[in-house]
Design a protein. Structure first.
Length: 178
């Protein structure tokens, strides 16, 4: 996908002070601004709110980061969003997700690479990302493995990245490596 295929132009820079501050923060953290943020820049307040939520999800949760990255990867595959998948592969590896787990994230029910809690979380992610209701049996499994706080964290993590994937796909945001 090329940059010209995006549904709206990607913002390179702006006179908006909030946007300048957000771009500077992102450049300091990563060295560049992701196309995702350059698209969100059309609505600077929303971009900032999304960034604040992403940082809360990344740094304030109680779940192991490896588990969170696994459910993000599963959700990315379930909604067919390569952009989220590619952005989270290095984060997953950095959190300790193994190459085998990455390779088997779509075939998790039959894999021996995951713990029972990880399989429960992956199934939960798959149900949520699929847009269908979470059946009673799946939720009972989630309740056995996770505390109410952890269930809320999992649900919010999955929902946030499904929403992000929808935003990316709707506006045809090009991959940053394209």
């Amino acid at each position: 996908m090329t940059k010209s295929e995006a549904k709206l132009p990607l913002i390179e820079d702006s006179d908006d002070p909030m946007l300048q501050e957000e771009f500077a923060r992102l450049k300091a953290a990563r060295g560049f601004v992701l196309n995702l943020h350059r698209m969100m820049a059309h609505a600077p307040e929303f971009m900032k709110a999304s960034g604040d939520m992403a940082m809360t999800l990344r740094h304030k949760g109680t779940l192991p980061r490896s588990l969170v990255e696994l459910v993000i990867l599963r959700a990315a595959k379930a909604v067919d969003c390569d952009y989220v998948w590619e952005r989270h592969l290095p984060l997953a590896r950095g959190a300790g997700v193994t190459d085998q787990q990455i390779a088997e994230v779509e075939s998790w029910p039959d894999s021996k690479a995951f713990t029972p809690a990880q399989k429960t979380a992956l199934g939960f992610a798959e149900k949520i990302a699929g847009g269908g209701p979470v059946d009673d049996a799946t939720f009972a499994s989630v309740r056995r493995e996770f505390s109410p706080r952890e269930i809320v964290e999992l649900t919010m993590q999955i929902g946030f990245y499904v929403s992000t994937a929808t935003f990316i796909k709707t506006l045809a945001i090009p991959d940053d490596n394209a």
